[in-house]
Design a binder for this molecule. Structure first.
Ligand code: FAD
Length: 424
């Protein structure tokens, strides 16, 4: 039973990297947009999860910038605020842009609110109503009760493809041991970063091995990395690994949150006891939400494959470029890295944002239509934002032309994206 209802042109579910850019592009296109987010900030993995570096703007080898548009505009805003800097990546993923997580929350909120989109926090998209291949409403749950929102186009940017799945659109999900593992990100302050930087990545890994062998620490991942942030003496660490978890199962996700925090305590103790520069450091925070890399991947008009990624394949309906390597954090294994060949980037096709069976639904972000291997590359944040911009713009074109989202001419979408400084 719903207690109220609302109508908009575009309903964006999920306010992560993809949802923010989808809402901004649709609202800038003159549409009435509602952006719904279950947490109390925008950014998803980018903020609540504490992942503070945008990868994917540049190709790793050639250092060619391949993402523009709204994502680049937002990254530049952070750099102008002295809240971000460019940084080389440890594993050859290319130059990243490391930013202050708290300021990204503000930049995302400003972008959404100045675009004219309406923002709704602490609200969960739950039931989906549909009829004859079209979604007719999504039921939102929050402290007020249940509200049914109807829209002309729905954009599923939940990362998990919640809306597409509930609408009956086909999707794939790897089994728990193949799904990429989850990570609790943590921040430490009062670190002597000059001293800490003298310890190479290989030395850190062998210190972790020794620590495990001593029996005094339990460090499930004997690799992982830390890096400096825009705040002096503050570092971000990505070391925790919780594998074998299907994050669409809230019970399993709860256990993973508990395990991630426990592992964090072990890594902090290890860093302080064993690694020069960390002696006087202390933990200032763990991610509010454990980092989820992969859950549902929709089966859309085209499923991007690992072969497409490695070959640097271009598509006629390409809407974004990606040069990020495949970074597959399979449970129980070391991270698998595979690099894009050729001139270093491939296209994400529009069809990978278009689910089957439902006419007025698009997805954007890490739940795109891609195989396990391809998603491990296309999930990078610059690409999720670019997919968001493409989905918001596609929604505008679909509404203007009164055609199903899958039937909009890809050339019209590409032309409009390029006019918004996107790079294809
Ligand atoms: C540990 C980790 C490290 C990473 N490192 C990097 C890195 O260094 N660089 C890089 O570029 N990428 C990195 N990534 C990948 C990248 O951050 C993500 O793939 C990308 O940000 C995903 O964006 P998204 O918007 O698709 O999804 P998400 O960030 O998952 O956002 C989805 C949003 O939807 C909300 N939501 C979910 N369900 C509902 C619902 N039913 N109703 C309402 N709201 C809902 C969530 O709260 C969330 O805010 C990393 C990812 C992880 C997990």
């Amino acid at each position: 039973m719903t207690t109220s209802s609302k109508n908009v042109d575009v309903l964006v579910l999920g306010g992560g990297a993809a949802g923010v850019c989808a809402a901004v592009s649709a609202a800038r296109g003159g549409l009435k947009v509602l952006l719904v987010e279950s947490q109390g900030c925008l950014g998803g993995s980018r903020t609540a999860t504490g992942v503070d570096t945008f990868y994917g703007f540049y190709t790793p080898q050639q250092q060619q910038r391949i993402v523009g548009g709204i994502p680049w505009e937002l990254a530049q805003q952070l750099i102008k605020m002295n809240a971000a800097f460019e940084r080389k990546n440890t594993y050859g993923a290319g130059t990243g842009i490391t930013y202050d997580v708290e300021l990204l929350k503000v930049v995302y909120e400003d972008a959404v609110l100045t675009s004219g989109a309406e923002l709704l926090y602490h609200t969960y998209a739950s039931l989906v109503h549909q009829s004859e291949g079209r979604i007719t409403g999504v039921v939102l749950a929050n402290k007020l009760g249940l509200t049914e929102v109807s829209a002309k186009i729905y954009i599923d940017a939940t990362g998990d493809g919640d809306i597409a799945a509930r609408a009956g659109a086909p999707f794939e999900k790897s089994d728990a041991m193949e799904l990429q593992s989850l990570s609790t990100i943590f921040f430490m302050a009062n670190i002597d970063t000059d001293a800490a930087k003298k310890v190479s990545h290989a030395e850190l890994a062998s210190m972790m091995k020794e620590a495990n062998q001593s029996g005094k620490y339990v460090l499930p991942r004997e690799e992982g990395s830390w890096h400096v942030t825009p705040n002096p003496g503050v570092i971000q660490a990505n070391m925790v690994r919780v594998g074998g978890v299907d994050a669409t199962d809230p019970f399993a996700l709860t256990i993973a949150e508990v395990e991630g925090r426990k592992q964090t305590q072990q890594y902090v103790r290890f860093l302080k006891d064993c690694v020069p520069g960390f002696e006087n450091g202390f933990l200032i925070g763990t991610s509010h939400h454990i980092g989820v890399r992969e859950t549902r991947r929709i089966i859309g008009g085209y499923m991007l494959t690992e072969e497409d990624v490695v070959a640097g394949r271009r598509f006629e309906d390409g809407i974004a470029c990606c040069g990020a390597p495949i970074e597959d954090h399979g449970a129980g294994k070391d991270t698998r890295w595979v690099y894009v060949q050729g001139d270093g980037y491939y296209h994400i096709p529009y069809r990978s944002l278009v689910p089957q069976r439902i006419d007025n639904l698009l997805v954007a972000g890490r739940c795109l239509s891609a195989t396990h291997g391809a998603q491990a590359s296309a999930r990078n944040s610059a690409q999720c934002m670019a997919m968001g911009q493409a989905a918001g713009t596609a929604a505008a074109i679909s509404i203007e032309r009164n055609v199903a989202a899958r039937d909009i001419p890809s050339q019209a979408l590409q032309e409009r994206l390029v006019s918004q400084n996107a790079i294809i």
